[in-house]
Design a protein around this ligand. Structure first.
Ligand code: THU
Length: 122
């Protein structure tokens, strides 16, 4: 199932807007009720304003009404950056599957990707 999400991420990565890095990234996230939202990285001439594929997929899901805890799995064509790991942790996605630098498809939990993360008190 998560390999299927990874394959959807690969397909959608072709729609990335990445004229500066030429690094096309795709992501596909599945909710517990079976909806799938896709995202791509969208870069900008002001480099720090670019958005990663994972965040762009999650923004679509949140816009449709989904919230942290509503997500089963995400497939990503790249190893998630540090900022995206924080987002994956916030949204409590059970399984995070991506292609690592060695070319292997691997699955981790958000806590494995971001150990000992702080939580706001209360
Ligand atoms: N990128 C993502 O979309 N997701 C990641 O987790 C890794 C990095 C994008 C950001 C930028 O547009 C390009 O890849 C090069 O860093």
């Amino acid at each position: 199932m998560t390999v299927e999400l990874y394959e959807r991420a690969v397909a959608i990565s072709q729609r990335a807007y990445a004229p500066y890095s030429n690094y096309l990234v795709g992501a596909a996230v599945r909710t517990r009720d079976g909806a799938v939202f896709e995202g791509v990285n969208v870069e900008n001439a002001a480099y720090p304003l670019g958005v990663c594929a994972e965040r762009s997929a999650l923004v679509q899901a949140v816009t449709a009404g989904y919230r942290p805890g509503d997500f089963e799995a995400i497939g990503i064509t790249a190893s998630p950056c540090g900022g995206c790991r924080q987002w994956l942790y916030e949204f409590r996605i059970d399984d995070v599957t991506f292609r690592n630098d060695a070319g292997e498809i691997v699955t981790y939990s958000p806590s494995e990707l971001l150990p000992d993360t702080w939580n706001l008190p209360g």
